[in-house]
Design a binder for this molecule. Structure first.
Ligand code: GLY
Length: 369
């Protein structure tokens, strides 16, 4: 059975998140957004297009003024202003005007690019998120962050633009490759760790079903995970304060992602960054030692890394400090006071960061210990 959750902006309903098990409910949801006389453009990447592009386009036919599809090459390398320019050109050729709408069908890259195109084309048109990866369903499709990478900096150019709807087909999670699925799971774990200890315990209790991708358990998991994200973005939609808690694991994580030339997936780097941040939290006596080791070891059954070989510690430190999460020259670090309670801290020193990077730096010595 489908479920829905309303996300508020300034205390007023802004958009709904629909949790369901197919694309069949999409026409009805779009009808509720009065799409009958509007042109719709599905924006998707080459991989997702092969899986769902035609199915979604067919569902829209006859339900709107015109339905078209724009496909770009799959991968982070497409998350640039050049792709956005190509989308503008396509929309102009297809005669899209202010009342028309974009549909982002795919993962985080698709959602971020489409959202940015929607935020800027004709000074802003509507868009809908139809996330198909776990990363996008758990995190990037909710909260209106849109943007592109620029000159090697992730998400450097962007805008806040709330979607009109987030439509989650949970069955799409069953078609993901294992590595991609589990990488996305790091963001789900993050939500439990920063805000919801009972949810974190529930994830561990339901480990088997989550790994097997049981649809009933996936639905409960996504509703609870999105509820954490909803609460955070409702309170602080434009990241003036507490929304930065969602960056738990991302400060060192982004640095590793960049240092490794994106060979590790984003969620894998978030898991590594979460272990590093939990380590600093333990060393500061915010977390007990047992809590640190529990946090670290609970990534393992979900096939997420807790160490990585041959990290260049000084390079990671430098990249950590050049991240856009810096504010007036200080790093906004997210630490854990306990499982389910994260705090923002601006006093983390280089020495603490180096010790944390060493903790996740796999060495031959550890392997033989
Ligand atoms: N992905 C973090 C946020 O939405 O703020």
């Amino acid at each position: 059975m489908s479920e829905r959750m309303s996300v508020l902006l300034n205390k007023k309903p802004c958009y709904d998140i629909v949790f369901t098990k197919g694309f069949g409910g999409l026409p009805e949801e779009l009808a509720a957004l009065e799409c009958g006389a509007r042109k719709l453009c599905v924006i998707t990447d080459s991989k997702v297009d092969e899986l769902y592009g035609e199915e979604v386009l067919r569902l829209l036919e006859g339900k709107c003024a015109k339905a078209v599809k724009y496909v770009f090459p799959q991968g982070e390398a497409s998350k640039t202003l050049d792709t956005v320019k190509d989308i503008y050109r396509f929309l102009i050729e297809e005669g899209f005007d202010r009342k028309d709408m974009l549909l982002a069908l795919g993962g985080g890259v698709t959602g971020d690019i489409t959202g940015y195109a929607a935020a800027t084309y004709l000074r802003g048109i509507d868009y809908v998120q139809i996330p198909t990866t776990l990363l996008a369903q758990a995190d990037s499709s909710i909260g209106g962050k849109t943007g592109v990478d620029f000159d090697g900096y992730k998400n450097m150019v962007g805008a806040f633009k709330m979607p009109r709807l987030v439509y989650m087909n949970l069955a799409a999670l069953q078609t993901l490759e294992d590595r991609q699925y589990f990488a996305g799971f790091a963001e789900v774990m993050k939500h439990g760790l920063i805000k919801d200890a009972p949810f974190y315990e529930w994830l561990i209790e339901n480990m088997y079903e989550i790994c097997e991708r049981d649809l009933t358990v996936l639905q409960e998991m996504m509703v609870r995970s999105c509820n954490v994200k909803r609460m955070v973005v409702e309170k602080d939609p434009t990241e003036q304060g507490d929304r930065a808690l969602l960056n738990f694991g991302h400060t060192i994580g982004h640095a590793i992602e960049k240092a490794r030339g994106f060979e590790l997936y984003h969620g894998e780097c978030v898991a590594l960054g979460a272990v590093a941040a939990a380590y600093i939290s333990w060393k500061r006596e915010l977390l007990a030692m047992e809590e640190y080791y529990e946090i670290r070891d609970m990534f393992v059954p979900f096939y997420l890394p807790i160490s990585v070989d041959k990290l260049d510690v000084q390079e990671i430190l430098r990249l950590t400090k050049s991240d856009k999460k810096m504010e007036s020259g200080q790093i906004k670090f997210v630490l854990l006071k306990k499982i389910g309670k994260a705090v923002i801290d601006r006093t983390v020193t280089d020495e603490e960061i180096v010790a944390a990077i060493n903790e996740i730096n796999f060495s031959e010595e550890d392997a033989h210990a």
